[in-house]
Design a protein around this ligand. Structure first.
Ligand code: AMP
Ligand code: MG
Length: 355
């Protein structure tokens, strides 16, 4: 009898919770993948399967997009200039296809063949150094998206010149976000959040508080990665950020960071500290990742003009600095809302630039 009462009580509590709409505990996992801390959180649907499959998928993309022995990119590098086509996995091929499309659109500001330059500077590794002019000239001479050839019918690629190499650091996280979106959809997850190091994120539906997810725009000069200059309340949208604060070293008072102007082979130096892009719809993860890197390289003026004509629906924010004040400059394309209408909780140290 006692047991029966206990069971009845449990059923009543469950019914009450359902009636008052208390959300079920989210299912969350965190791991270090793609060289960063990734978190996948799902609130509903087959959430355990979605999160576990999502983690396995990230491991797979991490391995595919790596430069490890036997990887597609390493085989491409080893056969660069010998005329041989290299069979490429469908995922890496898709990333290369999108990279080439945007390299063309951006006139090479976005260029995954920037690999020799990335390698030479070694930013974020213990070998990071300012290279000599001769080294830079040599590395730069092996950069050029026109020298990466793709054969869609055979899902293969080749680099036409020895010394070339591909680096997918500017697109792989965003591409992985799109894959996670498909996995969430398959498992009926409507509410959740995925974060790849905070620089590539996707907000599904609502947070457990039944409100849009609150995504912080990182303060570009704070050591605390959780100090924000503003908050983006998001629902079913991707957000990506690129900044000179993510990977860098300082020498003689100069900050050398990891986002390169493929023309100079040097860290892009346009006065922009960070760029954030928000987009919705298919491929939003890849698109925002490509756009943040591109807009960072182009700088505010060129970037704003480019965004208007690039054919995407995206909201962008450029962050600049003058003394202790951060300047926010917004740019929009297509039907996307203006950043001023999206961001909340703007820090006192930040100011919107007049249009
Ligand atoms: P993100 O943080 O998305 O802006 O990506 C930066 C990473 O992309 C760097 O660590 C480099 O590996 C690579 N990268 C740097 N500059 C470029 C560029 N202009 N085009 C494409 N990839 C780049
Ligand atoms: Mg990027």
């Amino acid at each position: 009898m006692k047991r029966l009462f206990g069971m009845l009580f449990a059923v009543m509590v469950a019914c009450l919770c359902a009636a008052c709409g208390a959300p079920p505990e989210p299912y969350t996992k965190t791991a270090v993948i793609m060289d960063t801390v990734v978190t996948i959180e799902a609130e509903d649907g087959e959430r355990e399967q979605a999160v576990d499959e999502g983690m396995a998928y990230l491991q797979k993309i991490d391995a595919l997009a790596s430069q490890n022995a036997g990887s597609d990119l390493e085989l491409l590098r080893l056969s660069a200039g010998n005329g041989q086509w290299v069979a490429i996995s469908p995922e890496v091929f898709e990333m290369l296809e999108m990279s080439q499309e945007w390299a063309k659109k951006t006139d090479g500001a976005f260029d995954v063949t920037v690999g020799p330059v990335v390698w030479l500077w070694g930013i974020g590794t213990e070998y990071a150094k300012v290279p000599s002019e001769a080294e830079l000239a040599e590395a730069r001479s092996h950069v050029g998206w026109q020298k990466l050839e793709l054969d869609k019918s055979a899902t293969s690629a080749r680099l036409t010149e020895a010394g070339m190499r591909i680096h997918l650091g500017a697109i792989a996280k965003g591409y992985a976000i799109d894959g996670l979106c498909a996995i969430f959809k398959k498992h009926g997850v409507k509410n959740g959040l995925v974060s790849l190091g905070g620089s590539s994120m996707y907000a599904f539906g609502k947070s457990p508080k039944r409100k849009p997810w609150r995504i912080g725009i990182r303060h570009p000069r704070s050591d605390d990665a959780k100090e924000y200059l503003a908050v983006a309340p998001l629902t079913d949208a991707a957000l990506s950020s690129s900044g000179d604060y993510e990977r860098y070293f300082e020498q003689d008072g100069v900050r050398y960071h990891h986002i390169f102007d493929p023309v100079t082979g040097r860290p892009a130096d346009t006065g922009v500290l960070g760029v954030t892009v928000i987009a919705t719809g298919g491929h939003a993860g890849t698109l925002t990742d490509i756009l943040t890197t591109t807009l960072f390289v182009m700088g505010e003026e060129k970037g704003k003009a480019f965004l208007k004509t690039c054919g995407a629906d995206a909201s962008a924010l450029f962050i600049m600095q003058e003394g202790d004040t951060f300047h926010f400059c917004a740019a929009t394309s297509g039907d996307a809302p203006a950043m001023q209408d999206v961001l909340t909780d703007v820090a006192e140290s930040a100011q919107w630039e007049a249009e």
